[in-house]
Design a protein around this ligand. Structure first.
Ligand code: GLY
Length: 374
């Protein structure tokens, strides 16, 4: 089977290269910078299809559930191939209402979770504070999603980079692809002037995918900026992932607490702003006043790749040999196993997984207009 050319070295691109190598297929991964330093690195690592469920997103939920079921074997295999512990934590997510208004909103959210058959347990504010004594005495109500997991997304990337150190994989760092042409077969035009003829290309360039998608198979994806920060905890802090309405808080095994995330339609502006940090800290402090004593460790921003319907683009496009694995918006890390396995299956001549079928890139039409602000 001929070599596969993969544009983008994030969780999807590296994941596909790793799975192809396991199947004995050669690939080259092109990354404009250092692999594993884009949205996958900026992410929070929540594997939370239950806590992050949005109304009217049934197909996304089914995809998320399939991915959640695959996470254990995906991480076991990756850990075995890389020797890197992905630090999976199964304590679950606490959905927390910071006040009475949010308690009403949480009650409405739980109603449509009931309709979707999502498993959770309603808990009183007092019981939530028994579980997490540092929660604010002002919180009004909570619910526990026990099947949500969290992973260290940075350990995941380290593991994938390690697993891609393989004789069948070439990783070309600082090697930007300027364009994918489909005039007479597929050609990658690199910014260093090289042209590479390819039988099969997979576009995994996240928020940058629209600019690289050829006119016969437009990927209507826009960047949605997320600012995040981390705080150094004194050691004892929360154990659950806490998801409030305005912020989420994630205790990491290195003793930091990650707080995320803004959601901004501002193009590729990577600045961390005073306003962004203020909003995050304010929302986090209302849930967990202890953070006011925690030293600020890091701030960063990343770009979620959002498609026009917020769903990913998975599989072969209108152009023969051109595949997409991109546009995962808020769920890239969570949906990595199912996306990687489905697109790899197609590349190997098999069928995509059933739950990926609604996310064919062809659903937007060959001349899809750019995504607009929603
Ligand atoms: N999934 C978390 C976020 O997009 O901020």
């Amino acid at each position: 089977m001929s070599e596969v050319h993969i544009v983008g070295g994030g969780v999807m691109g590296l994941g596909i290269a790793w799975r192809l190598a396991r199947a004995g297929v050669r690939s080259t991964v092109y990354d404009a910078g250092e692999p594993g330093r884009g949205a996958s690195w900026a992410a929070a690592g929540m594997l939370a299809p239950h806590a992050e469920l949005q109304p009217e997103e049934e197909a996304q939920h089914r995809l998320g559930l399939r991915s959640q079921a695959l996470w254990t074997s995906f991480s076991d295999e990756l850990q075995a191939d890389s020797g890197v512990d992905l630090l999976l934590d199964r304590t679950g997510t606490l959905l927390v209402a910071a006040d009475r208004d949010e308690a009403e909103a949480l009650e409405r959210d739980l109603c449509w979770r009931d309709e979707a058959g999502v498993p959770y347990t309603r808990i009183s504010a007092a019981d939530a504070r028994d579980l997490e004594p540092l929660l604010s005495p002002r919180i009004a109500s909570a619910a526990h999603c026990p099947h949500d997991i969290q992973v260290s997304n940075r350990a995941l990337l380290k593991a994938l980079i390690q697993a891609c150190d393989h004789s069948l994989i070439t990783v070309r760092s600082h090697c930007a692809v300027d364009a994918i042409e489909s005039a007479d077969g597929l050609t990658l035009n690199l910014s260093n002037g090289e042209s590479i003829t390819a039988e099969r290309v997979v576009l995994c360039a996240g928020a940058w995918s629209k600019a690289l998608s050829p006119s016969g198979a437009r990927a209507p994806i826009r960047p949605v900026k997320g600012q995040m920060l981390s705080l150094r905890t004194p050691g004892v802090t929360i154990r659950h992932v806490i998801r409030g309405f305005e912020a989420y808080l994630i205790p990491k095994s290195d003793g930091t607490l990650v707080v995320g995330a803004t959601s901004e339609d501002v193009g590729f502006d990577a600045n961390v702003t005073g306003g962004g940090v203020y909003e995050l800290l304010k929302a986090a402090g209302e849930l967990l006043p202890a953070i006011w004593e925690y030293p600020l460790a890091h701030t960063w921003a990343g770009f979620r790749p959002a498609s026009r319907d917020n769903g990913p683009l998975l599989g072969e496009t209108e152009i023969r040999g051109l595949f997409y694995c991109t546009g995962h918006y808020r769920h890239g890390i969570q949906q990595a196993p199912v996306s990687v396995l489905s697109v790899t299956a197609e590349l190997l001549g098999g069928e995509p997984v059933d739950e990926a079928l609604p996310f064919t890139p062809t659903r937007f039409g060959a001349s899809a207009q750019p995504a607009t602000t929603r």
